[in-house]
Design a protein around this ligand. Structure first.
Ligand code: FAD
Ligand code: NAP
Length: 492
């Protein structure tokens, strides 16, 4: 019934709903939010602000909150992490409760219990897996996903033991050229003095200190105009002291020249930043010991093991592509030329996007899930049911926000805007009497199915206090715990 898997909002819903006044108005809602990243917090904030009296219970699989704002955003972007101050404010609302260390949908009972014990459930659990290439050699120890590397330097417990063998590698390839790929490149290339006083984990900092990585190659399957990174982020890499961008191959520049008069301002600026990179190199004053380059029109084909060191690769084979594009507004099609090239690379990082998985219990609740795109199909944030003809009708009372709504793209600002719209969709359904507004037990009804006692917001503040104290003694904003058991010990 819905032609598109995810319809985005118009922003005008809230103005419309103010006119409704129904019997539902006096019944306080109990809402469960799954996930404490930006989507969870911004949805909660809007609900608490616009529907006074609402109880929002946030369930988080980790003992600590904030999702990718804590475990994704790079340590040298502390200003981006300031959104955590806003989230902490949200947690002060009397109607807010946090239940950490509770993975909803690890077993069927937890999700079903949320549905039964709340008037409404918001899925905001992000995308905690990564996409695979499906090519030979992908499981070799020298191939890392950007997601695990990022989690490692940011202290995500799941990846705390990753320790990539950077001390043995000089050449690295990164597959994909989104902003995550640039974060990975920057961490491999950056001046360590710059990140020493950030919240990077001490363990990963020590490994980066021993790194021998000298050359980083960022490889995209399409052309320069299709680059997934943004201008601000590529400029930051171009300006990185201590490393130089190799000049772009003429063929990449030639391929977009015919389109220059047609380019929008943002894309024009991006091409200018890249073309001026050699000048930036000349302006750098300190020693330049590392280099990086952008390659285009190459698709990964195979990873080869290193003959002597099982932890490393010897190289990565790519197939060359050509781009068929009639004009700037038509989509570019990639065609293989049949040529292949092997880039020397002791390590490879796959940075081709994150992916959400369905939760156990979704089938029982007849919730659709798009496995290919890794997202919950929805209509303006309303979860839709299953149907023989594709997606079914909206399941009023179930909503989805953030990366698990749209797929793994978007920055915190876009996640915020869209989460507000999802909250307003929920509020609209409330005023239109589409929700079951009968009394629900909320957390008290869910408690019996939980396997471990949850971590409360006050518990998290205890963990945070110790992280901040440890950080202060090291001249850092915080020194993160990277082990769940250690965090739980503090709480106990
Ligand atoms: P998430 O932030 O992933 O939050 C989901 C939460 O749900 C997590 O806390 C997770 O632990 C929890 N969860 C998962 N499964 C369950 C479960 N079963 N039960 C309970 N809880 C669960 N944006 C910017 O604006 N600036 C940046 O510099 C920036 N850097 C980024 C760097 C990286 C490496 C990445 C990957 C993204 C970056 N982004 C940045 C984008 C930004 O992080 C996302 O837009 C945003 O975090 C998406 O929010 P979310 O709440 O949908 O998902
Ligand atoms: P992304 O921007 O979607 O980039 C994914 C990259 O992987 C693209 O280059 C894509 O190429 C490539 N790719 C996908 N499948 C591939 C395959 N099978 N083979 C080869 N290449 C493949 O994703 P991301 O880098 O993970 O970033 C996710 C979101 O987080 C983005 O919105 C990003 O802006 C945001 N983010 C922001 C910041 C920041 O603001 N500083 C930092 C990090 C992340 P195609 O384009 O050809 O598909």
């Amino acid at each position: 019934m819905f032609g598109i898997a995810s319809r985005r909002g118009t922003g005008s819903i809230f103005r419309a709903i103010k006119c409704y006044s129904t019997a539902a108005e006096n019944t306080p809602l109990k809402v469960a939010v799954i996930g404490s990243g930006p989507a969870g917090f911004y949805t909660a904030y809007r609900l608490l602000e616009k529907l006074p009296g609402t109880q929002v219970d946030m369930y988080e699989s980790l003992p600590v909150p904030y999702g990718l704002a804590r475990f994704g955003v790079a340590p040298d972007h502390p200003e981006v992490k300031n959104c955590q101050d806003k989230f902490n404010e949200v947690a002060q609302y009397p109607g807010f409760q946090f239940f950490g260390n509770v993975a909803i949908g690890k077993d069927e009972e937890t999700l079903v219990a949320l549905k039964e014990n709340y008037n409404s459930v918001v899925f905001a659990y992000g995308s905690s897996e990564d996409r695979q290439l499906g090519i030979p050699g992908e499981d070799l120890p020298g191939v890392f996903s950007a997601r695990e590397f990022v989690g490692w330097y940011n202290g995500l417990p799941e990846h705390s033991g990753l320790n990539p063998p950077l001390e043995d590698a000089e050449d690295v390839v990164i597959i994909g050229n989104g902003n995550v790929a640039l974060d990975v490149a920057r961490m491999l290339l950056c001046n360590l003095d710059k990140i020493k006083s950030t919240d990077i984990t001490e363990e990963s900092f020590e490994v980066l200190k021993k790194s021998k990585v000298k050359r980083v190659r960022i490889v995209a399957r399409r052309g320069l105009l299709q680059s997934a990174f943004t201008t601000k982020e590529i400029r930051e890499l171009v300006k990185e002291p201590g490393s130089a961008m190799e000049p772009l191959e003429d063929e990449y520049i030639e391929s977009y020249k015919p389109f220059i008069p047609l380019l929008g301002r943002a894309t024009k600026r991006l091409t200018q930043v890249l073309e001026k990179a050699p000048k930036e190199n000349e302006a750098k004053t300190g020693p330049i010991t590392k280099s990086w380059r952008l390659d285009y029109l190459q698709s990964p084909v195979q990873f080869f093991p290193h003959p002597a060191n099982p932890k490393l690769l010897s190289g990565t084979k790519f197939g060359k592509n050509t781009l068929i594009q009639d004009n700037i507004t038509s989509p570019a099609t990639v065609l293989s030329t049949g040529e292949e090239i092997i880039h020397k690379s002791e390590l490879a990082f796959r940075s081709i996007g994150y992916k959400a998985l369905p939760l156990k219990g979704m089938d029982k609740l007849e919730i659709s899930f798009d496995e290919r795109r890794g997202m919950i199909p929805n209509d303006l944030g309303r979860v839709v049911g299953k149907s023989d003809r594709g997606y079914g009708e909206p399941l009023y009372g179930l909503y989805v926000a953030g990366w698990v709504k749209n797929g793994p793209t978007g920055v915190i600002a876009t996640t915020m805007r869209e989460s507000f719209e999802v909250a307003e969709t929920l509020i609209e359904d409330y005023y239109k009497n589409r929700l079951d507004t009968s009394h629900k037990p909320g957390f008290e009804g869910v408690k019996p199915v939980l396997k471990t006692p949850p971590v409360t917001w006050d518990d998290w503040l205890k963990i945070e206090k110790i992280e901040n104290e440890r950080g202060a003694s090291l001249g850092k904003p915080r020194s993160k715990f990277t082990d769940t058991a250690e965090m739980l010990k503090i709480v106990e």
